[in-house]
Design a protein around this ligand. Structure first.
Ligand SMILES: Nc1ncnc2c1ncn2[C@@H]1O[C@H](COP(=O)(O)OP(=O)(O)O)[C@@H](O)[C@H]1O
Ligand SMILES: [Mg+2]
Length: 417
């Protein structure tokens, strides 16, 4: 299920209204009956509507549902993508669509461009896409879910991520600039950097390690726990620092010998749909998981073990009470992403096994090797060979094919009603 941007060019304004009609009907009908589509599209029934329905079905923006008691259609992810992209385009947020750079379990990441030519990131949330790791446990659940639920949940994930990114950014955290949110998608600044996962060497791991732990503590001081703080969700920017007091150049190339002391490494944090409040019932578990993810990764990858224990949740909490930042968990609630929405999303994510990259990364490790006992010697070698930088669920051929397909695409100017 990738963004199929090719279909975007061929819609007439009638098609577009019918598509909007199917979307509106999908909110409370699992299968939207054809007469309702006519009515909601605001077009007079007859051959026009039927022709549009048939066009939309041919391009997979809607799908006919056969086994229903009545004839009808449902919106597909492709249809929802179309509507969201169209809105971004109308608001002049996105001008053209480029390569897909990531296919995660619960999202697709696409490079898009603004009319000025500057590149941006479009993140498309796909909650309810069947994860191959959880197919067995969730098949029944997913069979019974309706279109409304995946659409709604993916939209909640996008809303949540956007709200947190905005609040974090406004309060000085190093996160991409959030630009727009529509339906199940967000548009944000493109960070020109590799995820930590792809960095094979860091000259001063202790400095980066303590900076990352400081970020975890600083988030807590603002009432938040990331919940998926790991090597995929930390991008490492290299900033050239002419004063020469940097922490040294990171290297994605294992052979690079020299480290450049003029380059400072700057972590940028991404991926916020699973962020929780410091008051969450499982806050301590999430906090420890974030901390241990980094500890464990630094040990395995950079053979660095800190001689300072912690940080511990109790200390973070104490610091939060003594020297609190603004409560961003509360601020986000006030911004429209309510506590009720947060609960709905959390329940759904648990049910479909959406455990973020942390879960994926753990599975990944478990598959690569038996690493219950940390026998570092062996791991060292395997780690060297293993250098594949894809996230689980992402296949490079898949990404390449889709990049080709999306190349040179421009979103149609004429599809809005
Ligand atoms: N703003 C961005 N700039 C550059 N790369 C990004 C950006 N957002 C995401 N990515 C890339 O896409 C990958 C997946 O993005 P992420 O938001 O973590 O999605 P998921 O929820 O699927 O894990 C990241 O690991 C990173 O490599
Ligand atoms: Mg991620």
């Amino acid at each position: 299920m990738k963004l199929d941007a090719k279909a975007l060019r061929y819609l007439t304004s009638e098609d577009f209204r019918v598509l909007q009609g199917v979307e509106a009907g999908s909110r409370n009908h699992e299968v939207v009956p054809t007469p309702l589509i006519s009515q909601l599209s605001g077009l007079r029934g007859g051959s026009g509507v039927h022709r549009s329905i048939s066009n939309l079905a041919k391009t997979n923006l809607i799908a006919k549902v056969k086994n229903a008691k009545y004839d009808g259609y449902r919106l597909t992810y492709g249809g929802l993508d179309y509507l969201a992209l169209n809105a971004h385009q109308k608001q002049k947020v996105v001008y053209s669509v480029g390569n897909q750079i990531g296919v995660g379990k619960e999202s697709d990441i696409v490079v898009v461009a603004h009319s000025s030519g500057s590149q941006r990131i479009l993140k498309i949330h796909r909650l309810g896409r069947i994860s191959f790791r959880t197919v067995k446990t969730n098949r029944d659940y997913l069979r019974h879910r309706n279109t409304g639920s995946w659409m709604y949940m993916s939209r909640l994930a996008a809303m949540k991520e956007f709200a947190f990114m905005k609040a974090l950014r406004e309060n000085g955290f190093n996160v991409p600039e959030p630009i727009a949110q529509n339906r199940h998608t967000i548009v944000m600044e493109l960070i020109d950097a590799f995820p930590l996962r792809q960095i094979s060497k860091v000259p001063h791991p202790e400095a980066l390690y303590s900076e990352l732990m400081d970020i975890i503590l600083e988030l807590a001081r603002f009432g938040l726990i990331h919940g998926d703080f790991n090597e995929f969700n930390i991008l490492i920017k290299e900033i050239v620092d002419p004063t020469g007091k940097g922490k040294g150049k990171a290297s994605a190339d294992a052979d690079a010998e020299d480290s450049d002391e003029n380059v400072r490494l700057e972590p940028v944090i991404i991926d916020f749909p699973q962020m929780v409040s410091i008051d969450h019932v499982n806050a301590e578990m999430y906090f420890d998981r974030d901390v241990n993810c980094i500890k464990r990764y630094f040990q395995r990858k950079f053979h660095f073990v800190s001689d300072v224990p912690g940080p511990f949740f109790a200390d973070a909490k104490k610091n939060f009470l003594k020297n609190p930042g603004k409560r961003l968990d509360v601020e986000v609630e006030a911004s429209g992403f309510s506590r009720k929405m947060a609960r709905e999303l959390e329940t759904y994510m648990k049910e479909v096994g959406a455990d973020g990259d942390a879960g994926a990364a753990r599975d990944d490790l478990d598959e690569d090797e038996d690493d219950e006992e940390e026998s570092s010697e062996e791991e060292e070698e395997e780690e060297e060979e293993e250098e594949e930088d894809e996230q689980p669920g992402q296949s490079s051929t898949e990404v390449d094919e889709s990049s080709e397909r999306l190349e040179k695409l421009q979103v149609s100017e004429s599809s809005a009603p």
